[in-house]
Design a protein around this ligand. Sequence first.
Ligand code: PMP
Length: 287
Amino acid sequence: MSRTVYVNGAYLAEEDATVSIFDRGFLMADGVYEVTSVLDGKLIDFDGHAVRLERSLNELDMASPMGKDELLTIHRELVRLNNIDEGMIYLQITRGAPGDRDFVFPDPETTKPTVVLFTQNKPGLADSPVAKKGIKVISIEDIRWGRRDIKTVQLLYPSMGKMMAKKAGADDAWMIENGFVTEGTSNNAYIVKDGAIITRGLSNDILHGITRAAVLRFADEAQYKVIERNFTLEEAQQADEAFITSASTFVMPVVEIDGHPVGTGTPGQVATRLRQVYLEECKKNAI
Ligand code: PMP
Protein backbone atom coordinates (compact mmCIF):
# COMPACT_ATOMS: atom_id res chain seq x y z
CA MET A 1 0.00 0.00 0.00
CA SER A 2 1.27 3.46 -0.89
CA ARG A 3 2.40 5.76 1.92
CA THR A 4 1.19 9.27 2.45
CA VAL A 5 4.20 11.58 2.64
CA TYR A 6 4.67 15.30 3.28
CA VAL A 7 6.31 17.64 0.77
CA ASN A 8 6.39 21.43 1.23
CA GLY A 9 2.99 21.80 2.87
CA ALA A 10 1.12 19.00 1.09
CA TYR A 11 0.20 15.47 2.13
CA LEU A 12 0.55 13.31 -0.98
CA ALA A 13 0.64 9.68 -2.08
CA GLU A 14 4.34 8.75 -2.35
CA GLU A 15 4.11 8.23 -6.14
CA ASP A 16 2.83 11.80 -6.57
CA ALA A 17 5.49 13.42 -4.38
CA THR A 18 8.31 15.12 -6.30
CA VAL A 19 11.32 17.38 -5.70
CA SER A 20 13.13 19.48 -8.33
CA ILE A 21 16.29 18.14 -10.04
CA PHE A 22 17.85 21.50 -9.02
CA ASP A 23 17.29 20.80 -5.34
CA ARG A 24 20.55 21.42 -3.48
CA GLY A 25 19.95 18.30 -1.40
CA PHE A 26 20.15 16.26 -4.61
CA LEU A 27 23.00 18.22 -6.23
CA MET A 28 25.17 19.06 -3.21
CA ALA A 29 23.98 17.13 -0.15
CA ASP A 30 23.07 20.61 1.13
CA GLY A 31 20.52 19.53 3.68
CA VAL A 32 19.92 18.14 7.13
CA TYR A 33 17.73 15.37 8.48
CA GLU A 34 16.29 13.77 11.60
CA VAL A 35 14.90 10.33 12.37
CA THR A 36 12.37 10.01 15.18
CA SER A 37 11.11 6.62 16.26
CA VAL A 38 7.48 5.76 16.90
CA LEU A 39 6.40 3.25 19.56
CA ASP A 40 2.74 2.51 20.36
CA GLY A 41 1.85 5.18 17.78
CA LYS A 42 3.70 7.88 19.75
CA LEU A 43 6.88 9.87 19.11
CA ILE A 44 10.00 9.06 21.12
CA ASP A 45 12.17 12.00 22.23
CA PHE A 46 10.54 14.42 19.78
CA ASP A 47 11.82 17.50 21.64
CA GLY A 48 15.43 16.35 21.45
CA HIS A 49 15.20 15.79 17.70
CA ALA A 50 13.51 19.18 17.18
CA VAL A 51 16.24 20.95 19.14
CA ARG A 52 19.05 19.18 17.26
CA LEU A 53 17.35 19.98 13.92
CA GLU A 54 17.31 23.67 14.84
CA ARG A 55 21.00 23.49 15.71
CA SER A 56 21.94 21.70 12.45
CA LEU A 57 20.04 24.34 10.43
CA ASN A 58 21.74 27.18 12.36
CA GLU A 59 25.20 25.73 11.83
CA LEU A 60 24.56 25.71 8.06
CA ASP A 61 23.02 29.21 7.97
CA MET A 62 19.62 27.88 7.03
CA ALA A 63 16.48 29.45 8.45
CA SER A 64 14.07 27.11 10.17
CA PRO A 65 11.10 26.71 7.81
CA MET A 66 8.63 26.07 10.64
CA GLY A 67 8.29 26.08 14.40
CA LYS A 68 8.32 23.06 16.70
CA ASP A 69 4.53 22.94 17.04
CA GLU A 70 3.96 22.74 13.30
CA LEU A 71 6.68 20.11 13.02
CA LEU A 72 4.99 18.06 15.73
CA THR A 73 1.61 18.36 13.99
CA ILE A 74 3.10 17.04 10.71
CA HIS A 75 4.82 14.13 12.51
CA ARG A 76 1.58 13.17 14.23
CA GLU A 77 -0.49 13.55 11.08
CA LEU A 78 1.86 11.19 9.21
CA VAL A 79 1.65 8.63 12.02
CA ARG A 80 -2.14 8.84 11.82
CA LEU A 81 -2.47 8.79 8.02
CA ASN A 82 -0.11 5.82 7.70
CA ASN A 83 -1.39 4.00 10.75
CA ILE A 84 2.10 3.58 12.26
CA ASP A 85 2.31 1.66 15.51
CA GLU A 86 6.07 1.01 15.47
CA GLY A 87 8.49 2.61 13.05
CA MET A 88 10.25 5.82 12.20
CA ILE A 89 9.55 9.26 10.81
CA TYR A 90 12.24 10.57 8.49
CA LEU A 91 12.51 14.34 8.02
CA GLN A 92 14.75 16.16 5.55
CA ILE A 93 15.20 19.89 4.99
CA THR A 94 17.38 21.14 2.15
CA ARG A 95 18.40 24.63 1.03
CA GLY A 96 15.86 24.33 -1.77
CA ALA A 97 15.91 24.48 -5.56
CA PRO A 98 17.21 27.79 -6.95
CA GLY A 99 16.53 26.72 -10.57
CA ASP A 100 20.19 26.31 -11.55
CA ARG A 101 23.37 24.81 -10.15
CA ASP A 102 25.67 27.18 -8.28
CA PHE A 103 28.07 26.64 -5.37
CA VAL A 104 27.03 29.96 -3.84
CA PHE A 105 24.04 29.67 -1.50
CA PRO A 106 20.84 31.02 -3.09
CA ASP A 107 19.06 34.04 -1.62
CA PRO A 108 16.78 32.62 1.12
CA GLU A 109 14.20 35.29 0.26
CA THR A 110 13.61 33.79 -3.17
CA THR A 111 14.63 30.15 -2.65
CA LYS A 112 12.63 28.45 0.07
CA PRO A 113 13.85 25.28 1.77
CA THR A 114 12.50 21.91 0.66
CA VAL A 115 10.80 20.04 3.50
CA VAL A 116 10.10 16.32 3.13
CA LEU A 117 8.83 13.85 5.73
CA PHE A 118 7.90 10.20 5.34
CA THR A 119 7.16 7.23 7.56
CA GLN A 120 8.91 3.85 7.73
CA ASN A 121 6.71 1.13 9.16
CA LYS A 122 8.72 -1.31 11.34
CA PRO A 123 6.50 -3.68 13.30
CA GLY A 124 8.50 -5.37 16.07
CA LEU A 125 11.05 -2.56 16.30
CA ALA A 126 11.17 -2.58 20.12
CA ASP A 127 11.04 -6.35 20.56
CA SER A 128 13.83 -6.89 18.03
CA PRO A 129 15.27 -10.43 17.80
CA VAL A 130 18.60 -8.83 16.82
CA ALA A 131 18.84 -7.19 20.25
CA LYS A 132 18.67 -10.65 21.88
CA LYS A 133 21.64 -11.85 19.79
CA GLY A 134 23.66 -8.66 19.49
CA ILE A 135 25.50 -7.39 16.43
CA LYS A 136 28.99 -7.82 14.96
CA VAL A 137 31.04 -4.81 13.93
CA ILE A 138 34.24 -4.30 11.98
CA SER A 139 36.57 -1.32 12.29
CA ILE A 140 37.19 1.12 9.45
CA GLU A 141 39.09 4.35 9.18
CA ASP A 142 37.01 7.49 9.83
CA ILE A 143 37.52 9.65 6.76
CA ARG A 144 34.43 11.83 7.12
CA TRP A 145 34.51 15.65 7.20
CA GLY A 146 35.17 17.62 10.40
CA ARG A 147 31.60 18.66 11.25
CA ARG A 148 30.03 15.33 12.18
CA ASP A 149 28.02 17.14 14.86
CA ILE A 150 25.78 18.51 12.08
CA LYS A 151 23.26 15.92 10.91
CA THR A 152 23.69 16.43 7.16
CA VAL A 153 22.42 14.17 4.40
CA GLN A 154 26.03 13.63 3.30
CA LEU A 155 25.85 9.90 4.05
CA LEU A 156 28.03 8.31 1.36
CA TYR A 157 30.86 7.20 3.65
CA PRO A 158 28.54 5.76 6.34
CA SER A 159 26.80 3.92 3.52
CA MET A 160 30.15 2.60 2.21
CA GLY A 161 31.00 1.58 5.79
CA LYS A 162 27.84 -0.52 6.03
CA MET A 163 28.76 -2.17 2.71
CA MET A 164 32.28 -2.96 3.98
CA ALA A 165 30.68 -4.52 7.07
CA LYS A 166 28.24 -6.52 4.96
CA LYS A 167 31.04 -7.85 2.75
CA ALA A 168 32.95 -8.89 5.87
CA GLY A 169 29.89 -10.77 7.21
CA ALA A 170 29.31 -8.17 9.95
CA ASP A 171 26.37 -5.88 10.74
CA ASP A 172 28.02 -2.49 11.05
CA ALA A 173 31.32 -0.64 11.28
CA TRP A 174 32.95 1.42 14.04
CA MET A 175 35.09 4.24 12.75
CA ILE A 176 38.61 4.91 14.00
CA GLU A 177 40.46 8.23 14.01
CA ASN A 178 43.97 8.71 15.47
CA GLY A 179 43.68 5.29 17.13
CA PHE A 180 40.36 6.03 18.87
CA VAL A 181 36.82 4.91 18.08
CA THR A 182 34.69 7.90 17.00
CA GLU A 183 31.26 6.27 16.48
CA GLY A 184 29.34 3.72 14.42
CA THR A 185 28.25 4.51 10.85
CA SER A 186 24.82 5.55 12.15
CA ASN A 187 25.06 5.25 15.92
CA ASN A 188 27.10 6.17 18.99
CA ALA A 189 29.58 3.62 20.41
CA TYR A 190 30.10 2.49 24.03
CA ILE A 191 32.08 -0.04 26.02
CA VAL A 192 31.59 -1.33 29.56
CA LYS A 193 34.59 -2.13 31.76
CA ASP A 194 34.42 -3.10 35.45
CA GLY A 195 30.84 -1.79 35.64
CA ALA A 196 31.65 1.64 34.12
CA ILE A 197 30.06 2.81 30.87
CA ILE A 198 32.64 4.50 28.65
CA THR A 199 31.78 6.60 25.57
CA ARG A 200 33.52 9.34 23.64
CA GLY A 201 32.76 12.89 24.82
CA LEU A 202 30.81 15.36 22.68
CA SER A 203 32.70 17.46 20.11
CA ASN A 204 32.55 18.16 16.36
CA ASP A 205 33.97 14.63 15.83
CA ILE A 206 30.68 12.81 16.46
CA LEU A 207 26.95 13.29 16.17
CA HIS A 208 25.40 14.30 19.47
CA GLY A 209 22.97 11.40 19.64
CA ILE A 210 19.56 12.07 21.11
CA THR A 211 19.44 8.44 22.27
CA ARG A 212 22.94 8.89 23.76
CA ALA A 213 21.75 11.82 25.89
CA ALA A 214 18.75 9.86 27.19
CA VAL A 215 20.69 6.64 27.81
CA LEU A 216 23.45 8.44 29.74
CA ARG A 217 20.81 10.20 31.85
CA PHE A 218 19.07 6.88 32.65
CA ALA A 219 22.44 5.20 33.32
CA ASP A 220 23.28 7.94 35.78
CA GLU A 221 19.90 7.62 37.50
CA ALA A 222 20.41 3.85 37.75
CA GLN A 223 23.75 4.54 39.54
CA TYR A 224 26.00 3.30 36.76
CA LYS A 225 29.35 5.04 36.54
CA VAL A 226 29.54 6.94 33.21
CA ILE A 227 32.91 8.06 31.85
CA GLU A 228 33.01 10.28 28.75
CA ARG A 229 36.43 9.73 27.17
CA ASN A 230 38.08 8.35 24.04
CA PHE A 231 38.71 4.60 23.85
CA THR A 232 40.77 2.49 21.46
CA LEU A 233 39.73 -0.50 19.41
CA GLU A 234 41.97 -2.77 21.52
CA GLU A 235 40.29 -1.50 24.69
CA ALA A 236 36.90 -2.24 23.13
CA GLN A 237 37.94 -5.79 22.24
CA GLN A 238 39.10 -6.35 25.83
CA ALA A 239 35.98 -4.75 27.36
CA ASP A 240 33.34 -6.67 29.33
CA GLU A 241 30.59 -5.40 27.01
CA ALA A 242 30.03 -3.11 24.07
CA PHE A 243 26.91 -1.52 22.61
CA ILE A 244 25.56 1.17 20.30
CA THR A 245 22.68 3.61 20.55
CA SER A 246 20.52 5.34 17.94
CA ALA A 247 16.90 6.40 17.51
CA SER A 248 16.12 3.32 15.42
CA THR A 249 18.12 0.66 17.31
CA PHE A 250 17.66 2.13 20.84
CA VAL A 251 20.37 0.26 22.80
CA MET A 252 21.89 -2.59 20.78
CA PRO A 253 24.54 -4.96 22.20
CA VAL A 254 27.76 -5.46 20.19
CA VAL A 255 29.11 -8.98 20.65
CA GLU A 256 32.03 -9.07 18.23
CA ILE A 257 34.58 -6.52 17.01
CA ASP A 258 36.81 -7.43 14.03
CA GLY A 259 36.11 -11.13 14.66
CA HIS A 260 37.08 -10.85 18.35
CA PRO A 261 34.28 -11.71 20.84
CA VAL A 262 33.50 -8.98 23.37
CA GLY A 263 33.21 -10.39 26.90
CA THR A 264 31.32 -13.67 26.67
CA GLY A 265 30.38 -12.98 23.04
CA THR A 266 26.72 -12.60 24.02
CA PRO A 267 24.68 -9.47 24.94
CA GLY A 268 25.93 -8.08 28.24
CA GLN A 269 23.93 -7.33 31.39
CA VAL A 270 24.45 -3.58 31.31
CA ALA A 271 23.42 -3.19 27.66
CA THR A 272 20.40 -5.45 28.15
CA ARG A 273 19.29 -3.54 31.26
CA LEU A 274 19.83 -0.14 29.61
CA ARG A 275 17.76 -1.21 26.61
CA GLN A 276 14.90 -2.19 28.93
CA VAL A 277 15.11 1.03 30.95
CA TYR A 278 15.41 3.19 27.84
CA LEU A 279 12.33 1.61 26.23
CA GLU A 280 10.27 1.81 29.43
CA GLU A 281 11.16 5.43 30.19
CA CYS A 282 10.82 6.65 26.61
CA LYS A 283 7.43 5.02 26.19
CA LYS A 284 6.26 6.79 29.35
CA ASN A 285 7.32 10.16 27.95
CA ALA A 286 6.29 9.55 24.32
CA ILE A 287 3.98 12.14 22.79
N1 PMP B 1 26.04 8.90 15.07
C1 PMP B 1 25.73 8.93 13.76
C2 PMP B 1 26.83 9.09 12.76
C3 PMP B 1 24.39 8.78 13.35
O1 PMP B 1 24.08 8.80 12.04
C4 PMP B 1 23.38 8.58 14.34
C5 PMP B 1 21.94 8.36 13.96
N2 PMP B 1 21.47 9.20 13.01
C6 PMP B 1 23.76 8.57 15.68
C7 PMP B 1 25.10 8.74 16.01
C8 PMP B 1 22.74 8.38 16.78
O2 PMP B 1 21.94 9.51 16.93
P1 PMP B 1 20.45 9.40 17.50
O3 PMP B 1 20.55 8.72 18.82
O4 PMP B 1 20.03 10.81 17.64
O5 PMP B 1 19.67 8.63 16.50
